[in-house]
Write a protein that binds this ligand. Structure first.
Ligand SMILES: NC(=O)c1ccc[n+]([C@@H]2O[C@H](COP(=O)([O-])OP(=O)(O)OC[C@H]3O[C@@H](n4cnc5c(N)ncnc54)[C@H](OP(=O)(O)O)[C@@H]3O)[C@@H](O)[C@H]2O)c1
Length: 330
């Protein structure tokens, strides 16, 4: 029996949840083919929800959250993985109802595990985490639909957030002209330092606009916001451009009309990073590995220890988080 440290969330009353760092036992982990010593994790909005008792994310407690994990294989029941392999696990049920990456050990099905490309460390992988994986999936889908840097600027909404900031950095690193939409004017210099060439006020996109089409500005866009914003973004996309839609921070609905699609040939592309096949995740990690050392990833990320996770998750829930957070599990 080996014990390990983990964030553990317990329900103590009807709507009351308590978070503590406790010693757990490896024998208490769920059954699975691959036992992994987690070296780094990263924090997402979903982790904040799980840690605060949101039953749409985590059905039953007590629970060890963490939808992201990177580390080394300790035991494997399948030939594909051997002791010492460096691996990455994100999404599927990790950290939702399966003990997650905010603990020093996880045990998961082999079908959830990506062998890390040799040029990316566990820390660098978690500097991207699910946020970076989602940003890369958005970029790959835009490019698959024909978006190219020569065609004009690409807009990123929610630009100071996890997905948004990494999308800005990756697009700029690929040579795109990036316009960042943000509700935080005081973060304009930060957004420019990670690659935005222009920052616009998110209010510009949030106001309801009855016009079915607006001036064509962007070759493509990555939208984490939904709502009026997504509707207005679609109206500003140039002919044959595309919008990758991956989030809902403003609303799950959006104010759309068909004209951008039928008069300008504009595509609305859905992006999910959680349930897509493992091969698609592997392909995205191969691309992310080539950008692992870009200086913007240092600027975007703040590293914390497991002991500081509870405070950081409360900050994410209250909208106070300023950087993407990578967790060092020691
Ligand atoms: N599809 C997937 O697989 C997938 C994966 C990861 C995340 N997501 C979703 O993507 C979204 C973003 O995730 P994230 O991790 O980047 O979240 P995040 O770090 O909390 O960032 C969201 C950003 O959106 C902006 N924002 C916040 N409230 C807003 C509002 N009411 N209206 C407009 N903008 C607002 C803020 O940026 P500014 O102040 O700069 O505007 C904020 O930093 C979430 O909805 C998340 O659920 C989806």
């Amino acid at each position: 029996m080996t014990s390990y440290a983990a964030l553990y969330v317990e329900q103590v009353a009807d709507k009351q949840f308590q978070q503590n760092i406790i010693e757990r036992n490896i024998d208490d982990l769920p059954k699975g083919e691959v036992l992994i010593r987690v070296e780094y994790s990263s924090l997402n909005f979903k982790d904040a929800l799980s840690a605060h008792g949101n039953k749409a994310v985590t059905r039953s407690y007590p629970h060890q959250p963490g939808i992201d994990a990177a580390g080394k294989v300790v035991e494997s029941q399948v030939e594909d993985f051997r002791e010492g392999d460096q691996v990455i696990v994100t999404g599927y049920d990790l950290g939702m109802n399966t003990a997650g990456g905010l603990g020093q050990f996880i045990r998961v099905p082999a079908s959830w595990v990506v062998k890390a490309p040799p040029t990316i460390t566990a820390k660098q992988a978690m500097q991207f985490g699910t946020a970076g994986l989602t940003a890369q999936l958005c970029i790959s889908k835009l490019e698959h639909m024909g978006v190219r840097k020569e065609q004009g600027p690409v807009l990123v909404t929610g630009a100071t957030g996890g997905v948004g900031s990494i999308a800005v950095a990756l697009l700029a690193n690929d040579g795109y002209e990036v316009v960042a939409s943000s509700g935080k004017p005081e973060q304009a210099d930060y957004l420019k330092s990670i690659g935005a060439s222009k920052v616009i006020d998110r209010k510009e996109l949030q106001e309801e606009n009855p016009r079915p089409l607006l001036r064509e500005e962007y070759a493509g866009a990555i939208d984490v916001v939904g709502g009026n914003t997504l509707g207005n973004v679609l109206k500003r996309i140039r002919h044959s451009g595309s919008v990758a839609c991956c989030g809902l921070v403003e609303s799950t609905n959006y104010a759309g009309n068909v004209l951008p699609h039928i008069l300008r040939n504009v595509n609305l592309l859905g992006v999910d990073s959680v349930e897509i096949p493992l091969a698609a995740k592997r392909a995205a990690w191969e691309i992310l590995a080539t950008a692992a050392s870009i200086p913007a990833m240092q600027t975007i990320n703040e590293e914390i220890a497991l002991a500081d996770v509870m405070q950081a998750l409360a900050g994410i829930l209250n909208g106070r988080a300023k950087r993407h957070i990578v967790v060092n599990l020691g």
